[in-house]
Design a protein around this ligand. Sequence first.
Ligand code: GLC
Length: 475
Amino acid sequence: MLAPAMWWRDAVVYQVYPRSFQDSDGDGVGDLRGIAERLEHLAYLGVDALWLSPIYPSPLADFGYDVSDYTDVDPRFGMLSELDALVASAHGLGLRVLLDFVLCHTSIEHPWFREHPDRYIWSPVDGPPNNWVAAFGGPAWSRDERSGRWYLHSFYPEQPDLDWRNPELVEAMKGVVRFWLERGVDGFRLDAVNLILKDAELRDDPPATGEFPFPRAAESATLEHVYSDNRPDAIQALRAVRAAAGDALLVGEVYLPTSQCARWLEVLDLVFGFELLFTPWEGEPLRAAIDRAVTLERVAWVMSNHDFDRLATRVGAENLRAAAVLLLTLPGTAFVYQGDEIGLANGPGHEPPFDRAGRDRLRHPMQWDASARGFTTGEPWLQLVDPQERNVESQRGDPGSLLELYRRLTALRRTLGEGFRLLDAEPGVVAFERGAHTVAVNTTAEPRTAPRGEIVLATHAETGLPPHAAVIVRN
Ligand code: GLC
């Protein structure tokens, strides 16, 4: 591991979706050697770390989020020795490496499911014992054909939930954490960690009283997930993970409003600030979302990832420059999803779909050059979206490109200074002070007034605060 601890405080973390980053062997699927070859792009961008979405062996019911072996690399991605080489190269460039730790469920094909069924959660009756609903819809209980018993799955039926109340499971998972830390990784993104524990008595969830502020499948939205999710004793369970992790970074995918996240920070270093991902690109809602989220001591800002519409699709291409400024000037850690730095939008997906929840269209391969051969010399597992229109090669070195804006921002954010205060602003403008600087982001299609001061960065050539623009001034 690289020193010092707490390196992540104001860091920028780049999310790599391994299938779609870089293929090195022409099979059309990205791999670890490919990622290693492209590390220079991350160093050029000026990010501090990369997070690899799951690289473990998996039957791909949920594209790697169904793990069948926690301590190996999927042969499609390469070998353990290539992961070691990737970590070493990354460290050589000053980049930290985070792995995705899918700790609440395994693949149904994980040997534990047969060999250690007591590491999973089973219904005490012959059928579902309660009304819990899976994240993508349908009951959260399925019958295991072999044993005839019913098991819990918070996601797809191919992803049985682990029982973190079983000390033997806890020990096994601590071993997994240690295994990867010994190989030199710098931390983990904890997948769906708000689901780590469920009510021990398996009580029914009550009907929903209010609206959950994040997207949920229709059926799931009819219930208040008080027994199946976000349990009070979850923090206790996570202490075991912390004990094994030492001071390695633990960033939680805590899929809850920030108002419910504070206690998770007792044991995690960071939780994602999903508010920014689910707030429309409009000044007042964004301002309110930021106001809520900054009350949390440590936030990992995220505006897009492999689960939801791509940033360009969600906010519109015209707002991408301003969105980059917002993401990279807020105080705290920022996560950038691969391709956002060149403005990659949703693609058409695949016919027939690989992902049953419709997420193929957010996972198209990285566009390295206009030829479409930059990603693979073979047939890409998902077609590239529009490599002629946007690619790394053409944006690199072009001072007006989105890529170069990201690069300027990763450098500039280090100089902004401590202190944060949201400012009153004109309608549709998000403005705040960061140290001795003021940042103003115009979410509207009309010009607004720029803050007074010496301009340090402007997203558009025109003076003032043009439509869809952002400026950073020194006060
Ligand atoms: C997380 C992942 C998502 C996955 C789910 C189940 O939300 O981001 O891709 O489907 O967990 O592991």
